[in-house]
Design a binder for this molecule. Sequence first.
Ligand SMILES: C[S@@+](CC[C@H](N)C(=O)[O-])C[C@H]1O[C@@H](n2cnc3c(N)ncnc32)[C@H](O)[C@@H]1O
Length: 204
Amino acid sequence: MSFSKWMFAAWYDLLNSGVEGRVVPYRRETAGKAWGDVLEIGGGTGANLAYYPSDAKITFIEPDMHMVRRLRRRAARQARDVVIVRQVGERLPFADASFDSVVTTLVLCMVRDADAVVREARRALKPGGSFLFYEHVVSPRRRGRWWQQTLNPAWRCLTTGCNLDRDLTASIEGAGFSSVELRAFDLSVGLPVTIPNIVGVARV
Ligand SMILES: C[S@@+](CC[C@H](N)C(=O)[O-])C[C@H]1O[C@@H](n2cnc3c(N)ncnc32)[C@H](O)[C@@H]1O
């Protein structure tokens, strides 16, 4: 598993480069709107770093050591002073109400327990804080769901654990936030293929 994790981390930015241009607006809509004490869960290689406001104080949670190494290097290149904690999002090592903003982008598809991570995000937010999310989700269409479920086993292997068919809208709406503003749309990946996405903000 460690070799495939290393491969995934090593190739992540390159593999993403084909769609990254289409994803940037949603990085701006999440990381770009974070403020104050910010927690990003599943920071990966630090693809959001460039979009955070310059005065945001950023803490990353990232369990994968290969990702952590790349994240550290990118933060140094961008001269961003960040805290990186090697831990999973299901058990955040922070007291209740520690952060103004919590961000996830393309992460809840990959965690072991998405409901637990979203509950932890809510617990870690201060009153008035925001959970900003951008994720790909299960298709609302029967044919789309069939494709996602059929491709999922191979996709999980290739990506060391990403799931195409998670109902993350239900995870976020069921986590007890006081409000959830969410937009569902299809992201074109260039081929005649689109991926169902959600982007939005949930408030404590
Ligand atoms: C597809 S990458 C997304 C990285 C980055 N957020 C982005 O937008 O490019 C998913 C990340 O979630 C991390 N991850 C996997 N399981 C996790 C968990 N249980 N808690 C927190 N992060 C996790 C992975 O190591 C990986 O870095």
